[in-house]
Structures are given as structure tokens and as C-alpha cells.
Write a protein that binds this ligand. Structure first.
Ligand code: SF4
Ligand code: SF4
Length: 373
């Protein structure tokens, strides 16, 4: 039976987090179960963008510190790295506080610039990945994620966090190739099988609700989650957030492939095992993919998903246009304008907008079907 540890922790005070991390790992058998002396360990936090920790966009620096100390305690050599959605690893790490922790703990921060090809013949969606070279230069990977909502994937936790192992704009290429939610989820399932982190930890002391993963509201959840099966950890995380975990796209895909246990088959242990909250849902949480025949979904893909709409608070920074995978956004008269014929509903624009100026709006057909269903 898969085990997920759920530990209560109410603040990011250094001692509180250290103790919670220690308790969590003890529930799983102790860090030495996963890290051996001399192991080079890549700790992969969520560093989506350079924002202060209280915005709850990135993994809190004290969670990173606690894991660094655990790895060191087991005789391992910790390294910290990520490829942010915007800007450089160094700048993002500086703003979100992770650089300071790396400096204080004398740990190398690795920008993901160089790449390595990783064939994956058994992949059900992707047969070859191109990942950050750092991945091939370490012995172990630990996913150190943030508990957040996600417009495209419903939630983002330990598995989605691995998407940051793709370097810079390579991420956009996957959005172009995997337009359907279930295909993108399949890619993430394959990615988890390739990377095989020895541990998945989710920072839910303060998570994010609503318009995640960037523009939602911080939500105090007082929980640290962890386990060795990332699908199980994320399932428990989604349930804690008040969602039906098994219906999330990544969970549904992993379940269909026999890679994830059902919620009823997961043993949740620890002081936080009964925590259940109600996180405000992202606009586009409920996909109709599973409620209608596949050919209908394929044909009406754009009508059946919410569309991004630019609202008046757009500050014309151009970030959405620069990151839109199919180049569906142009800047006109000091405002971003979307070409809906080109838009593939990936929501990268909503994810990255610094002014929260991209709202998701259901089309008429979607509204009608929701009423009828
Ligand atoms: S919609 Fe957001 S990201 Fe796009 S130009 Fe306006 S403010 Fe910038
Ligand atoms: S307009 Fe937004 S949702 Fe549409 S393809 Fe571009 S980034 Fe994705």
C-alpha cells in the first residue's frame, strides 16, 4: 500500500519546518532510506517566478533549507536547481529567498541552461525528453513542490513540478504538441517515470487557491506532505484542497495506466492526515473531457474549454505575447490581443501575467453543456 505522510506545521519558522520535515521523513523510514553517503542530490523546488515567499507562488525557502539539511545529514551532496517560467534562475532564486538559503547553507544553485536527451521508449505519450543536463549529473532527484491550483491541470504538486526540468522555451513546445489536457497529463506521467524522484515533498503550509499557479490567493493550509509515489502524494494533496483527487488530469491518466493507487488504497499517516480544506477552484477545473465522447471533444476542443480574455488592467508588458506557444497574442494599442483561431487554451498567458489581466471565460456552448449536464 502506498504511504503518504501528512504533517501539521503552522508557520515557516525555521525550527518548526525542520521538525515537520524530520517527522515527515521519519514516517517514511528516515532520510537514509532514500539518500546514501556520497549521493549527489538535485533538490528541485518550484521557482515559477521571482516573487516573495508570502505570495505562495514558489516553494518556501525554509522548506528548501530543511531538505538541504536532511540530505547533508544523510551524507549526501545537495544541489538546488530549476528553470523558471520567466527570467533567470539566479534572479528568481534571489527574489524568492532560495538564493539566500543556498548561500547560507553553502549549496550550489544550478541554472538549467545545458540540455541532455533522455530517450524513453516505453513512454505512452512521449518517447524522448530533452531535460536540463544537471539531471544526468546527479544520483538522485527530490521534487520539492508547492501546493497550488493550476488552470490547465487543476492542481500542481510534486509531479507537475518536474516540468521545470525542461529548459526555458522547451516548455512551450510541449504545450504546442500536447494541446489536449489528457495528452499534457500523459506527458507529465511519462516525465515522472523518467525522472523517478526518490522523494516528493509538497509545501502546503501556505498554498495557493483560485487562479493558480501564479495569480491565485495564498491559503493557509498548515500541512507538509511527502511520499515516494508522486501520484499518491498529489492525490492526497488534491483531496486536502477539497477536490476529487482522482478526477485531476494527471491522477486520472496515472490511474488508467496503473501507476497510481486509488485514494482508498493510500495509507495517509501523520498529524495532518485529517486536514480537509476548501480551496477556491481555478476557473477551468472541471474538464468535460470525461463526460463527452472523445471525437466530440476533439472537434469542439476550443468551444469546450474556457477562453482567456484580456481585461482592462493589462499593463502591456508583452510577457504573454513572448511566451504564447502558438504566437496567438499581439500587442496592439497598448494592450494584448488574442487571436482565438490560433489559441490552444494552454493558459500560459494567465499563468505568467504579472497584472492578473488574463481571465478565463466560458463560451456559450460550454455554459449550455454545463447547465444540461
Ligand atoms: S495581459 Fe498580462 S502579460 Fe499580457 S501584456 Fe497585459 S499585463 Fe502583460
Ligand atoms: S493566448 Fe494564452 S491560452 Fe491561448 S495559446 Fe496563447 S498562451 Fe495559451
Amino acid at each position: 500500500m502506498a504511504k503518504v505522510a501528512a504533517i501539521k506545521a503552522e508557520t515557516y519558522d525555521e525550527q518548526v519546518v525542520e521538525l515537520a520535515m524530520q517527522t515527515l521523513l521519519d514516517e517514511l523510514g528516515g532520510i537514509s532510506e532514500f539518500i546514501k553517503p556520497g549521493d549527489k542530490v538535485l533538490i528541485k523546488p518550484n521557482m515559477l517566478e521571482g516573487l516573495p515567499p508570502d505570495k505562495a507562488v514558489t516553494t518556501h525557502p525554509e522548506i528548501v533549507r530543511a531538505m538541504i539539511n536532511q540530505v547533508k545529514g544523510a551524507g549526501g551532496i545537495p544541489l538546488v536547481g530549476d528553470s523558471p517560467g520567466v527570467s533567470s534562475t539566479l534572479k528568481v532564486a534571489e527574489k524568492c529567498g532560495i538564493l539566500r538559503v543556498c548561500q547560507q547553507e553553502d549549496v550550489e544553485l544550478i541554472p538549467f541552461n545545458d540540455k541532455v536527451e533522455v530517450p524513453f521508449a516505453q513512454g505512452t505519450t512521449v518517447k524522448k525528453f530533452v531535460l536540463a543536463k544537471a539531471y544526468s549529473q546527479v544520483d538522485k532527484v527530490i521534487s520539492l513542490a508547492k501546493m497550488k491550483t493550476h488552470s490547465f491541470m487543476g492542481v500542481t504538486g510534486g509531479v507537475k513540478n518536474l516540468f521545470g526540468l525542461m529548459v526555458g522555451t522547451d516548455k512551450a513546445q510541449f504545450h504546442l504538441r500536447m494541446k489536449k489536457r489528457s495528452d499534457f497529463a500523459g506527458m507529465l506521467v511519462d516525465l515522472a517515470q523518467v525522472v523517478k524522484p526518490v522523494l516528493y515533498i509538497v509545501d502546503g503550509i501556505i498554498g495557493m487557491e483560485g487562479h493558480g499557479p501564479r495569480n491565485g490567493k495564498p491559503k493557509q493550509a498548515n500541512i507538509l506532505l511527502g511520499g515516494t509515489n508522486g501520484f499518491a502524494v498529489d492525490l492526497v494533496m488534491a483531496e486536502v484542497m477539497g477536490y476529487k483527487g482522482e478526477t485531476m488530469p494527471v491522477a486520472a491518466k496515472a490511474l488508467s495506466l496503473g501507476l497510481s493507487p486509488r485514494m482508498k488504497d493510500i495509507e495517509v499517516v501523520g498529524s495532518g492526515r485529517n486536514i480537509r480544506l476548501e480551496f477556491a477552484k481555478p476557473r477551468n477545473l472541471e474538464s468535460l473531457d470525461n463526460k463527452l465522447p472523445a471525437p466530440v471533444v476533439d472537434f469542439f476542443q476550443n468551444q469546450l474549454t474556457a477562453r482567456p480574455v484580456i481585461v482592462d488592467c493589462c499593463i502591456a508588458c508583452g510577457r504573454c505575447a513572448a511566451h504564447c506557444p502558438p504566437e496567438a497574442i499581439r500587442m496592439m494599442d497598448n494592450k494584448a490581443v488574442i487571436d482565438y483561431q490560433k489559441c490552444i487554451r494552454c493558459y500560459c498567458c494567465q499563468e505568467l501575467c504579472p497584472a492578473d489581466a488574463v481571465k478565463l471565460q466560458n463560451g456559450l456552448l460550454l455554459k449550455l453543456i454545463r447547465r444540461w449536464k
